[in-house]
Design a protein around this ligand. Structure first.
Ligand code: ADQ
Length: 508
């Protein structure tokens, strides 16, 4: 079993003499002005939530875009700040982007071109040459920061996500003394879909600058191999999952991401969670109603509207649940500058109002079938909500992994509760004891809701126990440990052409 201590040991033993740099677009800690004070918060993002414990364990430098209005007040002359504020143990190097760069690289190319392209949920990607130009520019700015932080030392660079497809090649061209790995947190589509991307050759060539390229699922790795095979001149080895181009080999591997299971379970067991559960009940005005929950960023890939339609049809088909069942949807707005996201937020509100109005005449006391909470909650508060719920519904139309599903399971220290999980979320490959549904089918989803509410206790417990064992074992330290172990197999080329190599056997 991989543990935080095991990972720290591996890092201490094998990486001690080397620099470790992590790169992501989003920073793990944001400083903002709030009522005249500077506040530090952690954004609601699967990626930062997953990587924060790793950086706490290994120290090193995290390079990310400084997006908070008070960020620049907190950094030193090199744009660095030690974080987390309550227990500083790693360096955050903030990168400055101007509004045009942020608009075109982040909202444009990353979120309006690559995001819909890779998720295939029938939202048309937008390809603007100016966005691609800004994407190149920003990748170059991050390359400058990495090269500066690495200096002459042998350095491992671990890049996150689809914001930096060009960065690996840029780094390798500027400093051969770097070992570069990248994890792609979203799905990789089939070659036919990627063929439509106007700068596909440059994108793929950039990614092949990596020594190691990771995806959540083997299926995404296969799609990547197929895509390169179809589009670029290269040698694709399907036995070894390796691609060689221009004499350089990239290893492609599946590393299913996860959460800090122990930390989540410990929070769920804490006395404060019981108090927080009571607080939720009173805040929601809930007595003995059956509760279902959904927790998401507001994003068209998460299938929130599809889920609400299924709840509507569930109440229509099974009227005995009117007045007895409440669905709490926690939905934090994200990427609100993009029109599709703003429209979705409005659509969601309208839909909730419509459904609540429709069932008003069956209202017992002030019963409403759906409670929509549009804000960010601290993790311990979400944990208490997990504990209150008869079921949690994850109905992504497509999702690389989905950490909410794993967090729900980790919170259920009482071994109760049912997970309804989309077949199109990567998590469904591991959590086979969930009620796995096709989120595009309202009928399937509404029947899963009924099954979740009516499932006998012993079956609920049997399924939850099995899912807890899976998440406990496949935790985030295992994810990081496997990636670091794979990285250690590569050799640094030093200036005198000798090689420094490692044994890849981890201590965990
Ligand atoms: P996301 O799509 O952002 O990330 P997801 O896996 O759904 O990620 O996780 C979202 C995270 O945000 C969870 O930790 C959740 O608890 C938190 N969160 C959601 N709503 C919140 C709220 N209202 N308040 C506070 N926290 C909230 C991408 C990919 C995923 C992949 C992750 C990690 O799209 O498929 O699982 O990266 O690789």
């Amino acid at each position: 079993m991989w543990t935080k201590e095991g990972l720290v040991e591996l890092i201490g033993e094998k990486l001690r003499d080397y620099r470790f740099i992590l790169v992501s677009n989003r920073e793990p800690y944001v400083h903002r002005y709030a009522s005249g004070q500077i506040e530090c918060t952690q954004p609601a993002s699967g990626l930062t939530v997953a990587l924060d414990p790793i950086m706490r364990a290994c120290g090193g430098t995290w390079i990310a875009h400084g997006s908070g209005d008070a960020d620049w007040k907190m950094v030193d002359e090199q744009d660095r700040v030690f974080v987390p504020p309550d227990d500083p143990c790693f360096t955050l190097r903030r990168v400055r982007l101007n509004p045009r760069q942020e608009e075109r690289y982040y909202y444009g190319l990353a979120n309006q071109a690559l995001w819909p392209l890779c998720h295939i949920v029938f939202t048309r990607p937008v390809f603007r040459p100016e966005d691609w130009q800004a994407y190149r520019e920003v990748n170059q700015i991050f390359a400058d920061a990495v090269v500066e932080e690495a200096g002459d030392a042998p350095t491992f660079v671990f890049i996150q996500d689809f914001h930096f497809a060009l960065l690996p090649r840029m780094l390798k061209e500027r400093n051969a003394n770097l070992i570069v790995a990248q994890f792609w947190h979203i799905p990789w589509p089939n070659p036919e879909v990627l063929r439509g991307f106007p700068w596909k050759e440059e994108l793929l060539d950039g990614l092949l600058g990596n020594d190691l390229l990771g995806f959540h699922l083997r299926f995404h790795c296969q799609n990547f191999l197929d895509t390169v095979d179809r589009i670029l001149e290269s040698k694709v080895d399907r036995e070894r999952y390796e691609i060689t181009r221009g004499g350089k080999t990239t290893t492609v591997r599946a590393f299913p991401i996860s959460i800090d299971f122990q930390r989540h379970s410990a929070t769920a067991e804490a006395e404060t969670t019981e108090r927080e559960m009571k607080r939720w009940r009173s805040a929601l005005g809930i007595r003995d109603e059956l509760i279902g929950i959904g927790i998401d960023r507001i994003d068209y890939t998460k299938g929130i509207c599809e889920r609400l339609h299924a709840i509507d049809r569930f109440l229509a088909k099974y009227p005995e649940y009117r007045g007895r069942f409440v669905f709490v949807q926690v939905a934090v707005p994200s990427r609100s500058q993009i029109p599709e996201y703003k429209t979705l937020e409005k659509k969601l509100e309208t839909l909730v109002n419509e459904i609540n109005r429709k069932y008003r005449r069956w209202a017992v006391r002030s019963w409403r079938p759906i409670i929509l909470l549009k804000r960010c909650f601290p993790q311990h508060s979400l944990t208490a909500l997990h504990r209150l719920a008869k079921f949690c519904m994850v109905s992504s139309l497509h999702d690389g992994m989905n950490l909410v599903a794993k967090e729900y399971v980790a919170s259920r220290v009482d071994e109760d509760g049912v997970l309804i999980l989309s077949d199109f979320a990567g998590a469904s490959r591991e959590l086979t004891d969930a009620l796995v549904v096709n989120p595009f089918s309202e009928e399937e989803s509404l029947e899963a809701i009924r099954q979740a509410l009516e499932m006998p206790e012993d079956e609920r417990r049997k399924r939850m126990r099995k899912m807890r064992a899976v998440v406990a074992e496949n935790n985030v330290y295992r994810w990081a440990g496997k990636i670091i172990s794979a990285l250690l197999k590569f050799e640094f080329t030093t200036s005198d052409e000798s090689h420094v190599s490692f044994s890849a056997s981890g201590s965990c």
